[in-house]
Design a protein around this ligand. Structure first.
Ligand code: BTN
Length: 328
């Protein structure tokens, strides 16, 4: 009944819908309608009630439930959508259900109580202010190919954010997303399989959307940001989500055909906050320093040392001069 009233109000957004009309259409008492309206208000819908005119929907809450996004029917990513209010970690949840769920399943939550970052770090996930989501992928490929998907995801997220805010989001290699030199999104990929066989890969994304400056205290103040802080106004999480998932679908489809990183390499370089910069990276137990000059078709970062020697780096914590991780 609540859904019926909500749909009716949405269809007539900005206009009054009379209680009489709903009551006749659904044979509902006026008290039952009033109770349903109150429930909607409690869930964050702003509804005006005026005697003799009825009810008018003023605004909807920025929730990430399926009814609220604008996914297209033919998308693989998001074809199954698990929306949770609270969860420990969407990555852990996705791993638990991986065996019975299909390729492209999304697990998304309004908040996480034990959100995980890379290298065992914690990831704070404020309720209703960010996008905390994991995509379950089951591509028919070997793990060595599938890991490249994390860099494909980075391009999709950067472009998905830019499409909405009209500002360039960059990629700190391999897969942090940066806005105005501070981190706005982290990506955590976890893989299950054997050396030559992939069961699944879960790729978790944490996008800081509507946090205020005060949320990032201490050393985080220089390192992390949100889209709201950079734009100076709240941004619809639903719009960012839909835009990111649109890009994910586009590039996942291409990745399944091409099966390597080459098809998206140029975009990745164009969006890179790393290529062309001075970097430090831990490489075979030592810290090397040099100029990041390019990416290879396999997604490796090419670093030219001062000696002229070129190193190919496949993974690791890279610090980029001028960005949060390497300021001198
Ligand atoms: C990092 O930069 O360290 C990666 C952060 C990844 C955070 C996301 S939020 C959704 C998903 N669930 C988790 O527990 N972590 C990832």
């Amino acid at each position: 009944m609540k859904e019926y009233i909500l749909n009716k109000l949405k269809e007539n957004k900005g206009e009054f819908v009379s209680g009489q009309e709903i009551s006749e259409e659904k044979s509902m008492s006026r008290t039952a309608i009033w109770k349903a309206i109150n429930k909607l208000k409690e869930s964050g819908y702003e509804i005006e009630s005026v005697t003799k005119k009825g009810y008018r929907l003023i605004s909807e809450p920025d929730l990430l439930d399926h009814a609220n996004n604008e996914f297209e029917k033919n998308w693989t990513i998001g074809s199954d959508y698990i929306y949770l209010d609270t969860v420990g970690s969407t990555n852990d949840y996705a791993k638990e259900i991986a065996a019975e769920k299909k390729d492209g399943t999304i697990v998304i939550a309004e908040t996480q109580s034990t959100g995980k970052g890379r290298r065992g770090r914690n990831w704070t996930s404020q309720k209703g202010e960010g996008i905390w989501m994991t995509v379950l992928l089951k591509p028919d490929m070997v793990p060595a190919q599938a890991v490249l998907m994390t860099q494909v995801v980075a391009v999709a997220v950067a472009e998905g954010i830019s499409d909405v805010i009209g500002e360039k989001a960059e990629i700190k290699w391999p897969n942090d997303i940066v806005l105005n030199k501070r981190k706005v999104c982290g990506i955590l990929a976890e893989l299950n399989g054997e050396i030559d066989y992939l069961n699944y890969i879960v790729i978790g994304m944490g996008i800081n959307v509507n946090m205020d400056k005060e949320v990032f205290q201490g050393e985080l103040a220089d390192k992390a940001t949100s889209i709201k802080i950079e734009k100076g106004k709240s941004i619809s999480r639903k719009d960012i989500l839909t835009s990111v998932v649109r890009r994910l679908n586009m590039y996942y489809e291409q990745f399944l055909k091409e099966r390597d990183f080459g098809f998206i390499k140029d975009k990745s370089i164009e969006l890179s906050a790393t290529v062309g910069k001075r970097v430090k990276v831990i490489y075979s137990n030592e810290t090397i320093e040099g100029d990041a000059i390019d990416l290879t078709d396999k997604g490796e970062l090419l670093i030219k040392l001062d000696s002229g020697e070129i190193k190919e780096v496949i993974s690791g914590e890279v610090s980029v001069r001028g960005l949060y991780s390497y300021v001198d």
